[in-house]
Design a protein around this ligand. Structure first.
Ligand code: NAP
Length: 441
């Protein structure tokens, strides 16, 4: 069987890739394991690899990586470049901090020397989605590699070219890409020591089950339907500008995109009108054009799904569109409703709802199976008081939810298990090893 990639803007085939055999995958995992036996020993050489190999490769191939992502999944090229730069800053952060984060932690115990070591687990498989082809792979791979593990990447099929390019950029026997469809990924979990999955909640549940069956460590970063709560105290023009960014960046195909706009009734009409202005002025078109902000969705299947969700929303309230759909490009949409719509919309569609008190805003923010991010807009003291009651892994005030190497990333409820980034993410694929030494029995 072959894996075919298609340019979602031109809708033409890019390339066909031959699927790997089970034997080839077994050999790959064996090779990674062999190299990992040496790699695990020395943190300094791992940090040197980041400085001397990975960072220069990223810088050298920035444009090539960005264009490859844009061709395969339709992200506007300016956003692809920003994604590569974000990976460069993750590598810089890792160089500056990860060695320190992995140092053994002393524990004070009378009569004994004790400490906690952070040793690697072995080979970690990454199963990744197409929406941020480089960033998703990097934010899982770089910490796991620096912790001393080897990596097998099973990327989304539609970005197979990006996956193979990432393997070249990584340029180490510790990191290999597997060219297989998702249906074959579960079988590989038995052969590795941990799995990091980013993608839909339904596939995440299957990965979690397979990992649980083999008692393998799993980190699951799943779907989200983040609330964007606008308090009466918010600066409306600036907030509307950030709302448009939060909803439309990457074509709205982000797990942490602002998806549900929960707005105080007194300012609802004014805020919606400002958001309409923002949505009407967005530049849509060819993602290879540096001026484009909203390109096509990643595939025909994805655009069909979003179009059918817009049809569903029409039966629930007022749906307004800002521009003309063309091919896989979907023009921005605002849907205002009083009803509960609990599906994740992976496209440029803002669902708006009114609230009358902050406790009602919290209730509406939590009215979702997901719990990834949430953003609150308005007086920071007023908003901060709401944070403990928001069911999400990340709450941002007056800022669009974002991943950042310095802070943990992850969710609760149907948004997943575990964390990525920061020291918390770095330690996920380590053996947290207690060491207790007494001078005599
Ligand atoms: P997906 O269908 O779950 O695919 C993700 C990965 O899983 C791909 O590599 C896919 O491979 C593989 N896969 C598919 N079926 C599988 C199966 N039965 N067993 C094992 N692996 C399988 O997700 P998607 O549509 O690409 O991505 C969108 C979803 O990801 C959204 O829900 C979004 O919110 C979520 N997401 C979450 C985060 C986060 O950090 N929380 C970040 C980004 C995206 P193939 O491509 O070969 O099918």
């Amino acid at each position: 069987m072959a894996i075919t990639t298609i340019n979602p803007y031109s809708r033409k085939m890019i390339k066909e890739y031959k699927e790997e055999t089970a034997d080839s995958l077994k050999n790959k995992i064996g090779g990674i394991r062999e190299s990992q036996a040496e790699w695990r020993k020395d943190i300094d050489s791992r940090i040197s690899y980041l400085r001397e190999v990975l960072k220069p490769n990223l810088l050298k191939r920035e444009k090539e990586i960005a264009e490859q992502m844009t061709i395969e999944m339709g992200k506007p090229v300016s956003q692809s470049i920003a994604e590569v730069k974000k990976c460069e800053s993750l590598v810089d952060y890792a160089i500056a901090n990860f060695g320190r984060f992995l140092e053994p932690e002393p524990v004070k115990i009378d009569g004994a020397k004790a400490y906690v070591r952070f040793d690697p687990l072995g080979v970690v498989m990454l199963v990744m989605p197409w929406n941020y082809p480089l960033w998703q792979a990097f934010r899982a791979a770089v910490p796991a590699l620096v912790a001393g593990n080897g990596i097998l990447l099973k990327h989304a099929s539609i970005v197979t070219g990006s996956s193979l390019l990432i393997e070249e950029v990584m340029d180490t026997p510790l990191f290999k890409s597997a060219v297989i469809p998702g249906s074959r990924a579960l079988d590989l979990i038995r052969q590795v020591d941990g799995v990091s999955f980013t993608g839909s909640t339904s596939v995440g549940e299957s990965i979690g089950q397979a990992a649980g069956k083999g008692l393998k460590k799993a980190v699951l970063e799943l779907g989200g339907s983040d609330p964007f709560v606008v308090l009466r105290s918010a600066d409306l023009p600036k907030t509307a500008e950030r709302a448009a960014f939060g909803r439309l960046q990457n074509g709205g195909q982000s797990c942490i995109a602002s998806k549900r706009f929960i707005v105080h009734a007194d300012i609802f009409d004014e805020f919606r009108s400002l958001l309409k202005d923002q949505f009407s002025s967005v530049v849509m078109g060819d993602p290879m054009d540096a001026k484009t902000f909203l390109g096509p969705l990643s595939s025909q299947e994805q655009s069909r799904t979003v179009k059918s969700q817009v049809e569903e929303l029409k039966s629930m309230g007022l749906v307004e569109r800002f521009g003309k759909d063309e091919g896989n490009i979907i023009a921005p949409v605002i849907a205002s409703t009083d009803e509960l719509y609990d599906q994740e919309v992976f496209g440029p569609v803002a669902v708006m709802k009114k609230f009358r008190s902050n406790s009602e805003a919290i209730h509406l923010a939590n009215e979702t199976p997901y719990g990834l991010g949430a953003s609150l807009w308005g007086d920071p003291d007023e908003a901060e008081q709401m944070v403990p009651d928001i069911e999400a892994g990340m709450v941002f005030i007056n800022k669009v939810v974002a991943s950042d190497p310095r802070v943990p990333f992850g969710g609760v409820k149907k948004s997943g298990l575990g964390r990525e980034l920061s020291r918390y993410g770095l330690l996920e694929f380590t053996n947290i090893k207690t060491t207790w030494i007494q001078s005599a029995p």
